[in-house]
Design a protein. Sequence first.
Length: 191
Amino acid sequence: MGTIDSPFNPLALALGADASFVARTLDVDPALMRSVLKRANEHQGSSFVEIYQNCNVYNDGAFNLFTDKAVKKENTVELEHGKPLVFGNNKDKGIRLEGTQPEVVSLGDGVSAEDLWIHDEKDYFKATLLSRLYEINKNGTGFPRPLGILYSSERPTYEDLLHQQKDMTTKKSGQRDLMKLFMGSNYWEIQ
């Protein structure tokens, strides 16, 4: 019958661990996967990319809602920095924020693309909301699955900070002899 646990959410985990690059793509969408992996490779620091990949042994068809051409556009929203979250076969649906709550809306009848959530891959708060869009909204209907780059932040890497610290210490204290440091000023000599 399967597990009754809530599904594990890798994107929420990566964002919660303060990752500086978080994205999701599909194995059967080579254009999107190529652009996401290229950006991940160019990113200074660690990159986390979730790739939906079919396994015909353990979860065959698990991602059909997001990969089947007949229904993909209704069930996914491709994230583009600076562009509204629009989806659907006819690009007639979108996601807007009502306060801090995302909601699916139909375009037309007073709702236009200008009213929608504009994706900003630098916005950590909105990236966190995007990572949880698989959950059911307040109307009982599902959200489309976000694909693309949820979050990308430029900041110094661990290695950059480590080298900066080492250089600052060397500048302040001068170059030290490692063996003298190990030996200290008091030591025994064994003969």
